[in-house]
Design a protein around this ligand. Structure first.
Ligand code: SIN
Length: 331
């Protein structure tokens, strides 16, 4: 390949199991985010002469510790690389535990059109058969493909290409840990081939109205997990303390009578979103559980994704319930 035709991909490292090290040959008992991404790239000679890589080291985190400060740093860097004519696409290496949160958040706040692809691994770099190098290779190929432009933040894992909006970690051990259930994937990779077969429908990245938000001093939003004996006193405490509460309801966003009574009589400022603890669900307005329309339904979003959207919506629109509702319908 002519050197001028080589694509240049920015590989942005944040940590995770993909950079984990531990007892040699073992899948467990490792520390995430230890190894510089250059060492993982060294183990993929297949990239040599096919793509040019520029590494940006942002963090060496276990993704459970990622914060809005880190999101702000990532946003600034990705938007700088968007304007850099030398860069064709971006790959972010990230822990799998909160990949679904970060991919969803970045999908809403990055003002970019170039491909942004996230990946990680379930096994550390010191395992007998680490999955990181294969995932990183396929993420780089995906970020090099013109078909990945304007698709929002993508996640590549185990050869599958997903929208960062819909991805969910569903297994704590298997290397195919991610899925979007029946909502489907956007495409797949095979060696260096990238095949995109669908586009995300909901607004994202450069189409989003949330890209101008300063990701600092964010509203405080927590998740209230519903079960058959959920304590209304705990929810009352949360309604006092937080700007927003997302309920991880049963079924299609349901809750016991005692919780319903509390919500029915609540006149305060805290914004309530009804989501569901099910991995696959659609939560609509409910004349049965919320006859006075006190809550905003999360539709397809999990409680952890609904929390992030509610934070962004509160930051952008304050406590304007109609505008917040529209955000959940739009994104
Ligand atoms: C992490 O999320 O940083 C650790 C777990 C993983 O990457 O699989």
């Amino acid at each position: 390949m002519n050197k001028d035709e080589l694509k240049t991909i920015a590989v942005i490292e944040t940590g995770g199991t993909i950079a984990g090290t531990g007892p040699k040959g073992e899948d467990a008992n490792y520390k995430a985010g230890e190894l510089p991404v250059e060492r993982i790239l060294d183990s993929i000679p297949e990239l040599s002469g096919k793509v040019s890589i520029k590494v940006y080291s942002v963090n060496h985190l276990d993704s459970n510790d990622i914060s809005f400060h880190d999101y702000k740093v990532l946003k600034k860097l990705c938007e700088r690389l968007e304007k850099d004519p030398e860069i064709d696409g971006m790959v972010i290496t990230h822990g799998t535990d909160t990949m679904e949160e970060s991919s969803f958040l970045l999908n809403l706040v990055l003002n970019v059109k170039k491909p942004v692809v996230m990946t990680g691994a379930m096994r550390p770099a010191t395992a007998i058969s680490p999955d990181g190098p294969g995932n990183l290779y396929q993420a780089i190929q995906t970020a090099s493909s013109p078909a990945s432009s304007g698709k929002g933040v993508l996640v590549v894992f185990g050869g599958d290409i997903y929208s960062g909006r819909d991805i969910q970690k569903q297994n704590g051990a298997r290397i195919d840990a991610f899925s979007t259930n029946s909502f489907g994937m956007l495409g797949y990779t095979r060696d260096a081939d990238v095949c995109i077969i669908q586009s995300p429908y909901r607004d994202h990245t450069a189409q989003s109205d949330l890209t101008d938000i300063e990701l600092e001093e964010m509203p405080k939003v927590e998740v209230f997990y519903i079960h058959e004996e959920s304590d209304p006193e705990l929810l009352s405490f949360m309604l006092e303390k937080y700007d927003g509460v997302v309920m991880a309801g049963t079924g299609a966003g349901n809750y016991p009578r005692a919780i319903q009574d509390l919500i029915e009589n609540y006149e305060g400022e805290c914004m309530l979103v009804r989501s569901s603890r099910l991995p696959e669900v659609l939560v609509y307005p409910s004349p049965v559980f919320d006859p006075s329309g006190k809550t905003v339904p999360s539709y397809r979003l999990s409680p952890q994704k609904a929390r992030l959207l509610l934070m962004l919506a509160l930051k952008k629109y304050g406590k304007d319930k109609d505008k917040i509702k529209k955000c959940f319908e739009r994104y």
